[in-house]
Design a protein around this ligand. Structure first.
Ligand code: MG
Length: 122
């Protein structure tokens, strides 16, 4: 018997799953935006911990075991962010589209190429 690995085709599909996961466990009561942001922050810290003390070079060449751990933390971060967007009724892809336009305005390529300065420093 083979089981097909689970796949999510869209953020909507992931969010539908996350809601049912929470409902089945009666965890919606814990999913206030404040709590989700705190959980998200913890997961970002767990992701960060994998890179703490690595050189830049080491961070580019993670071994397969380390990469698997990093991948799992990235999924935790993404799922909490997706759930936060759902609870706040935020269209996260629309927000990314709007923010990407802002970023292009703030950082015109001809002005900032090769520089890591913040837009307010130009
Ligand atoms: Mg985690």
């Amino acid at each position: 018997m083979s089981t097909k690995p689970r796949q999510f085709a869209s953020i909507d599909e992931l969010q539908t799953y996350l809601l049912s996961y929470a409902k089945e466990r009666d965890w919606e009561q814990f999913h206030a935006p404040k709590n989700l942001v705190m959980a998200l922050s913890v997961e970002v810290a767990e992701l960060t911990e994998h890179f703490q003390w690595l050189s830049e070079e080491q961070s580019k060449t993670l071994g397969p075991d380390k990469l698997a751990e990093v991948t799992a933390e990235m999924a935790d971060v993404f799922m909490y962010l997706a759930r936060l967007a759902q609870v706040l009724d935020v269209d996260i892809l629309a927000a990314c589209a709007a923010k990407s336009e802002d970023n292009e305005q703030r950082y015109p390529p001809d002005k900032v190429r090769g520089s890591a300065k913040k837009y307010s420093e130009y």
